[in-house]
Design a protein around this ligand. Structure first.
Ligand code: NDP
Ligand code: MG
Ligand code: MG
Length: 340
């Protein structure tokens, strides 16, 4: 089994004696910057001038500068702008990064697929919290932590790993546990997971189940409750106590039917499809397509985005969720973008 690093394995001085530039103040950026600051690390946030993020970071009491100015001051540059804009931001700041500095990521896409080729002499590391940024911040403030992955792509100073571990400690992740991985493993498993299971797989499963019931004459409201609303309750049980706690909580009829029919639905053919999805991640086909899609102004992304928002289950859901006070509160909360 893999070692899991905790607070005792890190030395805070490996990061408190450095200046960290956090580029971006979105989901991850705001959490890393504030947690580092609260942990006594010298932080400067790097952002485009006169952006909403600039005002937000300043309002939170942080020093803000342009990405180039921030990188000039920094020993560690944490690349927390969206993955699709990282290559152009890197091109802007490359001259501001000195040998002996560190370029750090929270996801390996641009290094693994060769979209950023850091200049020689620079350490390249990753601390990837396994949760949306708002939880990284909330857990830290509560004295708790968020698990994270650590990877070292390049270690020119001999201190890349101890520094990354200290960074993980300073944002609270070593309270929960830090697992060592590689840029390749993190990137490929993250993309596969979000495509096949978490984001893509689960939404397609929900829509297929909903449509099957509605096409057979069952009411959309019934289909919504059955295929979408209850999903959360089932997943919560698995999150708390594994598959076993979920099976123990449902009726024996549901357990028998689920065990027998689950593999009929997600059958050998689905596994073959998953293998092909993984193949496209591994051989770079997905990355190439996504990069080209962005260069072309996202025509396919936009079309699919709108089709998904216009699916009938969204109207049914909006109407039904409105009936419940607790659901209303959920939707009133500011939506937080999460990257699986
Ligand atoms: P966001 O989309 O939340 O980042 C938005 C921030 O980036 C804003 O502050 C925005 O500022 C700034 N920004 C956008 N373009 C530029 C630019 N050209 N120059 C300077 N700043 C810019 O990113 P995430 O936090 O979602 O992702 C950051 C990294 O973390 C990614 O590598 C992602 O894969 C990884 N990650 C994300 C997770 C998540 O839960 N979101 C989980 C784990 C890893 P402005 O106001 O100017 O637009
Ligand atoms: Mg520097
Ligand atoms: Mg992801």
């Amino acid at each position: 089994t893999q070692p899991i690093y905790r607070d005792d394995d890190a030395d805070e001085r490996d990061i408190t004696n450095k200046t960290v530039a956090v580029l971006g103040y979105g989901s991850q950026g705001h959490a890393h910057a504030q947690n580092l600051d609260d942990s006594g690390v010298d932080v400067v946030v790097g952002l485009r001038k006169s952006s909403a993020s600039w005002d937000a970071a300043e309002a939170d009491g942080l020093d803000v500068a342009t990405p180039v100015e921030a990188a000039e001051q920094a020993d560690v540059v944490s690349m927390l702008v969206p993955d699709t804009v990282q290559p152009s931001v890197y091109a802007d700041i490359e001259d501001a990064i000195q040998p002996g500095d560190t370029l750090q990521f929270a996801h390996g896409f641009n290094i693994h697929y060769g979209q950023i080729d850091p200049k020689p002499g620079v350490d390249v590391t990753m601390i990837a919290p396994k949760s949306p940024g708002h939880l990284v911040r909330r857990n830290y403030e509560a004295g708790e932590g968020t698990p994270a992955l650590l990877a070292v792509h390049r270690d020119e100073t001999g201190e890349a790993k101890s520094e990354a571990l200290a960074y993980a400690q300073a944002i609270g992740c070593a309270r929960a546990g830090v697992l060592e991985t590689t840029f390749q493993e993190e990137t490929e498993s993250d993309l596969f997971g979000e495509q096949a299971v978490l984001c893509g797989g689960v939404t397609s499963l929900i829509k297929a189940g909903y449509e099957t019931l509605v096409e057979n004459g069952y009411s959309p409201e019934m289909a919504y409750f059955e295929c979408m609303n209850e999903m959360k309750l089932i997943v919560d049980l698995m999150y708390e106590g594994g598959l076993g706690e979920m099976w123990d909580s449902v009726s024996d009829t549901a357990e028998y039917g689920g065990l027998v029919e689950g593999d009929e639905v997600v059958d050998e053919h689905v596994r073959e499809n998953m293998q092909e999805t993984l193949d496209r991640v591994q051989n770079g086909e997905f990355a190439t397509r996504w990069i080209a899609e962005n260069q072309a102004g996202r025509p396919s992304f936009n079309q699919r985005h709108h089709a998904e928002r216009n699916h009938e289950i969204e109207d049914v859901g909006e109407r039904l969720r409105g009936l419940f006070a607790w659901a209303e509160q959920e939707t009133e909360r500011e939506p937080e973008k999460t990257e699986a």
